[in-house]
Ligand binder design. Structure first.
Ligand code: DQA
Length: 149
């Protein structure tokens, strides 16, 4: 049987992890997080498709394509979480289970970060646990896909 595929999407500025505001986001790079996710996905018998873009339209195109190529989406939409109705609409249209991740605890930060459009269409949300949050999201996605398909 084919292994389920999980698309992990990362939004703007996450390519700068490791050097970007390390007191908030830590020293882990996106490549470190990808490596940890690949290991975790392998243990969970999932295929992983890990991507980052600084462009809203690119993220939306990937979400649209996921309809045919993935079984679930884990997304840290970064700044677009707080602004993008279009990305929220694309996630809703995908008909795939969505888990939202944020490295920092957005609820302990500025008021404008407390609201996320992605949360409206997410099955679950993991915030404030750094890169480990992605691995927890993979655990949760594996369980969702095993019990609901
Ligand atoms: C973030 C939180 C967002 O508010 C911010 O714009 C980011 C990163 C996080 O992972 O903590 O770029 O999504």
């Amino acid at each position: 049987m084919a292994r389920p595929t999980v698309l992990v999407l990362n939004g703007p500025n996450l390519n700068l992890l490791g050097v970007r505001e390390p007191t908030i986001y830590g020293r882990e790079t996106l490549a470190d997080i990808e490596e940890a996710c690949l290991e975790r996905a392998d243990t969970l018998e999932l295929d992983l498709d890990f991507r980052q873009s600084n462009n809203e339209g690119q993220l939306i195109d990937w979400v649209q394509e996921a309809r045919d190529s993935a079984d679930g989406i884990i997304i840290n939409a970064a700044g677009y979480s707080h602004t993008s109705v279009a990305l929220m609409d694309a996630l809703a249209a995908s008909d795939l289970p969505v888990i939202e991740v944020h490295l920092s605890n957005i609820h302990r930060r500025e008021e404008f970060r407390h609201h996320s459009y992605v949360s409206r269409v997410a099955r679950g949300v993991i915030v404030g646990l750094g890169g480990h949050g992605y691995e927890l999201a993979l655990d949760a996605m594996a369980r969702l896909l095993a019990t609901e398909s």
